[in-house]
Ligand binder design. Structure first.
Ligand code: HEM
Length: 411
């Protein structure tokens, strides 16, 4: 499209926004423009018009308005000077597991994981077919498409059975399987699900691989949120002297984390030059700000004072405050349950074994994450203002629990 035509379309959109009823907000046009240039480069005129829409929303409490408010908070983060990990990844726009019953949280995570990964594959295939002009820079090769489809199919494997999606194993080549997967999953998606997938994709630039990066971060967040629910159930079970319940919930959290691990292999296909290009515009947004990751860590045990005073918890002030106020954690609750006799020695030992298994899964996650970061970043600093991979290297061996110290040697 010529630049005069584009400028006219933009003027028309800005003018429309000045009068639009928030209930009829033109999401599609706004998203198209954000994806045409990248969030970092959206024009001041459009951002100003969106800011005005946000002001008109004040005091309008309908569900639709609240959704629009959350969308605008993510879209206007750079304009407001509030840009961070949560707004970059659009966390408030996703139905993450958010407490309560661990079984419901698991169903929610599995569905979200399935939709996010499938949507990433859908974008890969649409780009290869020439059906989208979004994020056109540094498109991967055809061979890369095969690899991403294979790894993406593997990353959703477990969730498919769960939701009775039609048989997608008919095709034998990875791209064929992914095509069938996309068709089946997207056909099963509700309007709300399609909407949150659409709204939660606001890349900072126009490099193809950023789509995959954002979807993988979101999928991991869904798992961290689930694990936080499961670990809080472990604490409750231990407090009640229910060793079996604690073991089951620990095993469920371990399974959740191990089940999400194939996402790393998928993300490792990201092209290094592509990552280094778009990350120029992600400064200030880092998963070190992930509240879900830090809360699940704090449910295991109270972090050491040194870590609480470092960037690790300085980046999540709300979680740090909760930790300082005192969060019941697995380590202390286990010790108290054993000391009081609420948990017998054999039951306590079983819990300690499950904790050691969980710790091994966390450490594997940390090592894999570190390896990926080294590959993508080299020795560059992180976008969360740490020295980068050296920060991660130090964190690898930080004990997840102290109460299982004696079982460390076995792993
Ligand atoms: C290209 C891939 C990735 C690179 C290069 C990378 C790099 C980094 C770096 C350098 C840090 C240290 C903080 C900073 O300064 O930013 C960090 C922290 C972190 N990253 Fe990643 N990361 C990647 C992918 C991921 C993914 C997919 C997740 C999943 C959500 C993730 C989760 C985390 C978490 C939770 C932390 C905080 C760890 C802690 O405080 O101990 N990262 N990452």
């Amino acid at each position: 499209m010529g630049s005069t035509v584009l400028a006219a379309a933009m003027d028309e959109l800005v003018a429309r926004l000045a009068e639009v009823d928030p209930g009829k907000f033109p999401y599609a046009e706004v998203l198209k423009e954000f994806r045409r240039v990248g969030k970092h480069f959206v024009s001041k005129e459009l951002l100003g018009a969106l800011d005005a829409v946000r002001r008109r929303l004040a005091g309008r409490p309908t569900t639709q308005d609240r959704l629009l408010g959350r969308f605008l908070d993510c879209a206007l983060d750079k304009w407001d000077g509030r840009y961070d990990y949560s707004t970059y990844v659009g966390l408030t726009l996703l139905p993450l597991p958010d407490g309560g019953d661990p079984w419901r949280a698991l169903v929610r995570r599995d569905r979200l994981h399935l939709l996010l990964v499938t949507d990433a594959l859908r974008f890969e295939i649409a780009a290869a077919d020439g059906r989208t002009d979004a994020l056109p820079r540094l498109r991967p090769t055809g061979r890369m498409l095969t690899k991403r489809c294979r790894l993406g199919n593997r990353a959703v494997g477990r969730e498919l059975g769960h939701f009775h999606v039609a048989d997608v194993e008919v095709a034998t080549d990875p791209i064929g399987v992914s095509r069938q997967l996309c068709e089946a999953v997207m056909a099963s998606a509700s309007r709300d699900e399609l909407r949150y997938l659409e709204l939660s994709m606001l890349p900072v630039y126009v490099v193809h691989d950023e789509y995959l990066f954002i979807r993988v971060l979101q999928a991991f967040e869904a798992t961290f949120a689930l694990m936080a629910v499961q670990l809080s159930a472990v604490v409750r079970a231990l407090a009640a002297g229910d060793g079996r319940g604690a073991v089951d919930a620990l095993k469920a959290a371990e399974t959740a984390l191990r089940g999400a691990a194939p996402l790393f292999a998928l993300l490792a296909t990201m092209q290094v030059p592509a990552f280094r290009t778009f990350r120029q515009f992600t400064e200030g947004a880092s998963a070190i700000q992930s509240e879900n990751y830090k809360i699940l860590e704090a449910f295991c045990r109270k972090p050491d004072p040194q870590r609480l005073e470092s960037a690790a918890y300085g980046s999540v002030p709300e979680i740090r405050r909760r930790v300082m106020d005192g969060i019941s954690n697995i380590d202390e609750t286990l010790l108290a349950a054993r000391a009081s006799g609420r948990l017998t020695k054999p039951a306590g030992d079983e819990v300690a074994t499950a904790m050691a298994d969980f710790e091994a899964a966390i450490k594997l996650w940390r090592r894999t994450h570190h390896r990926l970061a080294v590959r993508m970043l080299g020795d560059r600093p992180g976008t969360g203002y740490t020295e980068g991979t050296r920060y991660l290297e130090h964190a690898i061996d930080v004990p997840v629990f102290l109460a299982t110290g004696e079982s460390e040697g076995r792993r």
